[in-house]
Write a new protein. Structure first.
Length: 205
């Protein structure tokens, strides 16, 4: 089963992941991430830091996804493991469709087409949603901000994410990231646990 966590920067995704590691330890999930589950992630980080060019950046993110699928996600799913990925394809569809605006004609369609035929759609995606002001406040405490972490960008990115959630209500669960940390982690952990239990029951039938 493949579960992904998505949301703009500053939603508290890292804190949630730390709590999930503890709460779901008995399920022995494979925790992974994009970018950076493989060495391709280093090229992505470099391209982001140098702001080299939006198409280079987008295609490197896709390359990172391909390497992630080949070396981490597919093998784990083949072994029937629970995979929890911190960011995944929806990050590309949300962020790069904004960074490629005005660069290519239909960024979202182009990005989705690049994934067609080989990528794996997650079984469930938890989208952490937050007022952009709160996200920026949380990010202000962090040093070394990336060029994505600007109000205009984050507002658009979050709008895209929310549109994806409306389009695919069966896959997305929108979570209020302003919820108290422990309550939020408890909610997500319980939802994942239920899905895993349900999945096992279906398999036995
Ligand atoms: P991180 O902060 O979760 O490590 O992600 C790094 C940044 O990269 C974050 O601002 C989101 C962005 N990102 C994209 O723009 N496209 C992608 O496909 C992914 C996976 C991340």
């Amino acid at each position: 089963m493949l579960v992904t966590l998505e949301g703009i920067d500053g939603t508290g995704k890292s804190t949630l992941l730390m709590a999930l590691r503890e709460k779901l330890a008995d399920l022995e999930p494979v925790f992974t991430r994009e970018p950076g589950a493989t060495w391709v992630g280093e090229s992505v980080r470099r391209a982001i830091a140098e702001q080299i060019d939006p198409i280079t950046e987008a295609t490197l993110f896709v390359a990172d996804h391909a390497a992630h699928l080949a070396t981490v996600v597919r093998p784990a799913l083949r072994d029937n493991k629970l995979v929890i990925s911190d960011r995944y394809s929806d990050s590309r569809f949300a962020y790069q469709s904004v960074t490629l605006e005005g660069v290519i004609p239909e960024p979202e369609g182009w990005l989705r087409a690049m994934h067609n035929g080989w990528s794996i759609v997650p079984d469930k995606t938890f989208l952490l949603a937050i007022p952009v002001d709160d996200a920026l406040e949380r990010l202000a405490e962090k040093s070394g901000r990336e060029h994505f972490e600007r109000r205009e960008i984050l507002e658009k990115v979050q709008d895209r994410y929310l549109a994806f959630a409306r389009a695919e209500p069966g896959r997305f669960v929108v979570v209020d990231a302003l919820m108290e940390k422990e309550e939020l982690a408890g909610f997500v952990a319980d939802a994942i646990r239920q899905m895993v239990a349900h999945g096992r029951k279906q398999k036995r039938k």
